[in-house]
Every structure is written in C-alpha cells, then in structure tokens.
Design a protein. Structure first.
Lengths: 610, 118
C-alpha cells in the first residue's frame, strides 16, 4: 500500500521529478530569454515555493474561493444590493478599477503564461503557471462582479477599448507594457516584487476596505478573494528576489537598478489610487498618507528592506521624494482629474464641507494652505452656474505619462519640470525619478504613446474633444459632466527627415535596438508641439501642450492659443504684463516674430508670470 | 550611491538616524498577516494565532483583521483545529489570508511560520 506523501514530498515530486534536462536540443534554444539580461543562475533547484502548492491543492482551494464569491454576487443581485451603496459617487472608484486594473490582470495572465514556459527551472515555471491562471480568474471575476453595477450605471462598458485609448489609462497600460517588453527577470522584479510585494497593499487593501465600508459587498468579496491569491504572488516576488540575489553576487547591482526603476514606476502608478482613497470614497477608511505610512514606510522600508540589507540591497532610489510627497500627492492628482473630467468616464465633484474638514484633519500641513484655494475658486465658479475645466490638453511626462502635475521637492507651488535633449529631440519628465528612468534607457522611452501627442497627430478619432471622446468609447453621461469644445488647430504633413540610427544602451534580445521617437518633429509637418506653463497658478494643474505652426506670429499665438487656455482661470487678463522664458532662458518676444524666429522649437517649454 | 540616498534611511519616524548603540537595541521588527473578517473559520484562526503568539496585536479594519507580532508569527494546525472543532489543513489558510508582511519561512502540514530572515 502506497504511503501518503507529505506536502514537501508532493511538491518536490511535481516540480522536480517531472522535470528533465534536454539533451538533443541546446538548452539555450529551449530557454532563449534567460541570458541576455546579464542575470546569472547556477542552480535552479534552489528555488523554493513556501506554499508548496500542487495541482490538486490549487484546484481545490481556487474552486472553493470562486464558490464563495459567486454565492455573494448572486445574493447581492437578488437583493438589489446596488441600492445599498453609501452613495452612487462611490462607483467612480470602481469604474477606475475596471478600466485601469482589470486589463492589467489580463496582461499579467498572458505574461505569466509566457514565463511558465520560458524559465529554465521547474519551480518558478509552476509558480508562474499558477499565477497565470490566478490572473485570468481575477479578470473574469472582476468583470462578473462589476456587471452587477453595469446593468444600472454608465461608464462601465467598453473598458478594454478605453484601456488602449483613454489618456489617464495610458498610465497603467504603459507601466505594464514597459514590464512585458523587458526580459523575464526584470519582469519578475517589476511585477512580482516591486508591484505585488512592495506596493500591492497600497492598491488592494484600501480599495477593498473602501468597498466594505461603502456597502459594495461584491467588490469587497472579489477583492479579498483575489487578494488571497495575491499573497501567493507576493511570495513569488520575495522568493524571486532572494533566489536571484543568492545565486550570484553579480546579480545584486542589476537587481538594485530594477528595484530603483520599478519602485518609482509603480509609485507613480498608484498616484491614481492615492486620489481615489482621499477623494472618491464617500465614506473614508484611511487617508493615503496613513496608508502609505503603514503599508509602505513601516512594513516595507522598516521591515523588508532591513532584510534585504543582508544582500547589499538598499531602499529604492528617489524613495525620499515619495515620502515627501505623501502630504501632496492625492490632492494634486484629484485636482487634475477634476480639471479634465470632461474627458473621463467617471465623475468628479468638489469636496463638501464635511469632506474638507476630514482633509484638513488628515493633512494639517498642506490641505488648507495649498489645495483648498483651488477648490474654493472652483466652487465660486460653480455657484455662478459654471464649471471649472482646464481648457486645453496637458503636458505629459514621457515616462509615467501622468500629466506634469507634480511639484518641486520642498516647494508645493512650483510645478516640477525636468528636461533632456536626446538625439536632437526634447523630452520632459515630471520628476527626478522619471528622468533617471529615461536616462537609463532613452531608446525605450522615446517610443512612448503619449495620448496628447497622439491626439495632435490625428490618431485619436479627430481634432475636437467630441471626436476624441467618441473614439475613446465614452458616451454622454458616462462622466456625469460633459463639455463639447473644439481645441486643436491642425497642420499638414511635412517631409520625413529621419534623425536616429546609432546603437543604444537598452539590453535587448536582438542585436540592435533602434526605434524612432513616436512624437518626432516630422510627424507634425510644418507644425510643432509647444508646452506653455503659467508659473505659480495653482488653478492650472499642469502646463498645456499645443500643436501650432512654426510660422505662427507671436501675437497670433498669444491671442489664438495661449489666451483661450489661460482664460480657464476667470481672473486671467489678456495682454497684462508678463515675463516669458523659453526653455529656461528669458524671452522678449515682439508681436510680428514667428515662433521659429524666436527659437521656439518642437516641444519647447514657454513659461510666463503674471 | 549618493549621500542623500543613505539619508533616506529606514527611519521613517522623522528622527535622525539613531546612534550605533541605539541601532543594536532597536525594536524587533514586526511581521503580520491581514485576514478576511469572515465567519467562524476566520475567527477560529484569529483566536488560535493570538494564543500561540504572545505579544500579538489585533486590529479591526472594515472587512479585515490585522494581526501583528514582533519577530515571528506561527499558525499551528493543532491550535486551529482545537478552536474549530474539526480537521483543518494548513492549505486552508489560503482562504483566509488577504496579505502579509514578512517572509513565509515554513509552510508544512503542521504549521505556517512568518518571519524576517535577516
């Protein structure tokens, strides 16, 4: 009679005994992706999965999780549970979740399936396989969970299309595309370690506690069900990093750079969560600041990084900026979404007096001083029957793709601008963190599909806001507030003039990694993009980006382009004394000078004071 | 790495880095788990964990129970079974866990151990 195997023995039988070493095909051809990143692995059998999961246990418990979730969904639908939400506004956060997170789960499903085939070791292959199935389960259960609301509320249709097209969703999409286009080890550090271990608690736990607190039983149940898999994913991330660090000392500096990069990439992504926690939940669970302190500073910096010190790993580069931003982040991001919500598939409203009191209490050093004034001005506009909007398109960061809404470290009233000229073209960044990431691999980031630039190139349905919204799949009423305006002067296409072609430092599986900028000057013909920043005006969340002819005279540029945008601020007076700068140098324009005469180039930054 | 990088340090309480002596005597880092606040099973696990881990702090959040323990957290099958009055395999813990911090150092038939290794 066969004896029942222990957990350890069963796991070992699955992951070791079913593996074999190829002998008539070169292993390098079977596993072609695990060498080019420079990571050295000497012994794949050293990989440990603490969960010791086997196929039977995996199926048994996953089935149980689904059974529990679907019982809740059925009961909620039967009992008209959607009527018991704290407030319909709550669903904004779920729209954002469905549009921005669900597609990431699907992307993760695809990429972990790829890794389940291409890692050399059977341990990580099986862990990746389980995760791939988990991520598909998350995609499906999220869709099922939110379909409960889709029957009654707008803005939840077309989310896969929106994910590919809508401006604020290019933030999560480009984040994940960046990871998927990296090698298999960088992906693991990007997603499994930096995202799932370092930052996942900031994303999921407040979302799901928020769901619980706002009467959203289905999302809470879904979230905790998904999160129970997430604990396994966190373990994969932590095992991965320990395994790679222990395999070879030469791996340490490579991994440190990946942590540095992916911490900042992930941190910029969760900016969307920060505003959700502080502004979109009608009943608050905890503030972003508190959640950042608890889940990141205490657990990760205070716990995890002490452990990684042993291997010579230090806390991520630029983490001090993230810590300093905890008092600012959610307000800056929400104000930006409020300013642009005519182009979003969710609603934004001004915080009411009770909400403001809560914000003042949570953010005693910053809210009243810096962020309440714009809300007060917007409230005054609203009382007069209007609605404040940013009447233009924002300048975007080349790396994180978030509008350039972040401020200089230590100076919450000055928008942060960083710039690099790479191969003759200018690029802008929201922070030192994003600039550092660009500098490591400029050839990768010049390819960024920046929504604003794509609109100006005519790739997004047409030149007006209604054209673009139709192309996004956003319907009237999805946002709760709409404004139909025509913004963009367009120009004719010019002659292509290639200006790239040297080798670049991106570590790639191919010999040459060469791609043109996706926003190069030639794509705009006789026109060019120009960024304009009104310095110190907190009502305008970011600089604006315009497409204008190089031959446009200054007077026409002012009256036809700058004035209509600056008039977003009702106090703006055209023609009042201003001091201008062009790319950091003083500029004294005369009315008849053309932009070209003045030296305003493609993606130049003009700033003015009033 | 730059000086500013080191200065970011691990002391998030806003104070300066402690002296070497203070660093030695530093408080033990906590590990912990977040569990779903769902039904008898979850309650049984929480009670078992509290019993087996002196110094455990239990915090309630909407839908969640957070358990934190200085240094090392252990979940014993026998203790959970005693609470639930039925057989319980450690794999079942996957149904309750939402998140954790620390490193899962052991997970076998009899116990689950979460700790920092270094």
């Amino acid at each position: 009679m066969a004896q029942k195997l222990s957990m350890k023995q069963r796991y070992s039988a699955l992951t070791r005994d079913l593996d074999w070493t190829p002998d008539y095909v070169d292993p390098a051809r079977v596993f072609p992706y695990t060498a080019f990143e420079g990571i050295k692995v000497h012994d794949w059998s050293k990989w440990e999965d603490p969960f010791r999961l086997t196929v039977d246990a995996y199926c048994k418990y996953q089935a149980e999780k689904d059974k529990r979730l679907y019982a809740v969904l059925d009961g909620f639908a039967q009992g008209q549970g959607h009527l018991s939400l704290s407030d319909a506004r709550y669903l904004n956060s779920m729209k954002l979740f469905l549009q921005g997170v669900t597609p990431l789960e699907y992307a993760a499903h695809r990429h972990f399936a790829f890794l389940a085939r291409y890692y050399n070791g059977p341990g990580p292959r099986f862990a990746a396989l389980c995760q791939s199935i988990d991520e598909l389960r998350h995609t499906q259960t999220e869709v099922h969970t939110l379909s409960t609301y889709n029957r009654y509320y707008g803005g939840m249709h077309s989310w896969p299309t929106m994910f590919d097209r809508v401006w604020y969703l290019s933030v999560p999409k480009s984040f994940f595309d960046d990871a998927m286009s990296a090698g298999p080890f960088e992906f693991l550090i990007a997603i499994s370690f930096s995202f799932e271990y370092l930052l996942t608690n900031l994303l999921f736990v407040p979302f799901m506690s928020g769901a619980s607190f706002n009467g959203d039983l289905p999302s809470m149940t879904f979230g905790f069900s998904a999160q129970s898999d997430e604990s396994r994913h966190m373990t994969l991330g932590l095992e991965a990093i320990k395994f790679l660090l222990e395999q070879d000392e030469a791996n340490v500096p490579i991994i440190q750079e990946w942590i540095d990069k992916w911490f900042w990439r992930g941190y910029r992504l969760v900016a969307l969560v920060a505003q959700m926690i502080d502004y979109m939940l009608p009943r608050k669970v905890m503030s972003w600041k508190e959640s950042f302190e608890l889940y990141f500073e205490e657990q990760m910096l205070g716990g995890l990084f002490k452990d990684l010190e042993f291997y010579g790993i230090t806390p991520p580069r630029h983490v001090e900026h993230a810590i300093a931003e905890k008092d600012l982040l959610s307000h800056q991001v929400y104000w930006t979404l409020y300013s642009f919500s005519y182009a979003a598939a969710f609603t934004t409203t001004l915080p009411d007096p009770a909400h403001r009191a809560w914000l003042r209490e949570q953010y005693p050093d910053t809210f009243e001083r810096y962020y309440q004034p714009p809300f007060d001005r917007a409230a005054a506009i609203q009382e007069g029957g209007g609605r404040f909007f940013f009447q233009g398109l924002p300048q975007l960061c080349q790396v994180c793709q978030v509008p350039m809404l972040f401020t200089e470290p230590g100076d919450p009233t000055t928008l942060c601008q960083r710039e690099r000229v790479y191969r003759g073209e200018r690029y802008h960044f929201c922070s030192d963190g994003c600039q550092w990431i660009f500098d490591r691999e400029p050839a990768k980031y010049v390819q960024a599909w920046l929504p604003v630039h794509q609109i100006y190139q005519g790739n997004c349905g047409g030149p007006t806001v209604p054209d673009v919204l139709a192309w996004y799949g956003i319907q009237d009423g999805d946002a709760g507030s709409t404004s139909a305006r025509s913004t963009t002067p367009t120009g004719s296409a010019g002659t292509p003039k290639p200006r790239w072609g040297l080798t670049m430092p991106v570590r790639a599986i191919t010999e040459a990694y060469e791609f043109p900028s996706r926003s190069r000057a030639e794509l705009y013909g006789d026109d060019q993009l120009v960024h304009v920043l009104w310095k110190g005006n907190m009502l305008l969340a970011a600089a604006a980006t315009f497409r204008v002819p190089r031959a446009m005279p200054w007077a026409e540029f002012l009256a036809g382009v700058v004035d209509p945008w600056a008039a977003s601020d009702p106090d703006y007076r055209p023609g009042t004394g201003r001091s201008w700068t062009l790319d950091g140098r003083p500029l004294e324009p005369r009315d008849a000078d053309t932009l070209a005469d003045l030296g305003v180039g493609h993606k130049s930054l003009l700033t003015f004071d009033t | 790495m730059s000086g500013s990088r080191e200065a970011t340090g691990l002391d998030h309480d806003g104070g300066r880095a402690p002296s070497d002596g203070a660093r030695q005597a530093q408080r033990v880092r906590t590990v912990g788990v977040d569990l779903q606040e769902a039904g008898e099973d979850a309650r049984g696990v929480v009670v078992a964990v509290e019993r087996d881990n002196p110094g455990a702090t239990v915090t309630q959040l909407p839908g969640l129970v957070r358990i934190q323990v200085p240094g090392r957290l252990v979940i014993r099958r026998a203790s959970v079974e005693e609470q639930l009055g039925r057989e319980w395999e450690t794999h079942e813990f996957q149904l309750a866990i939402v998140s954790y911090h620390g490193h899962i150092a052991e997970w076998d038939e009899d116990e689950i151990v979460i700790q920092w290794d270094h």
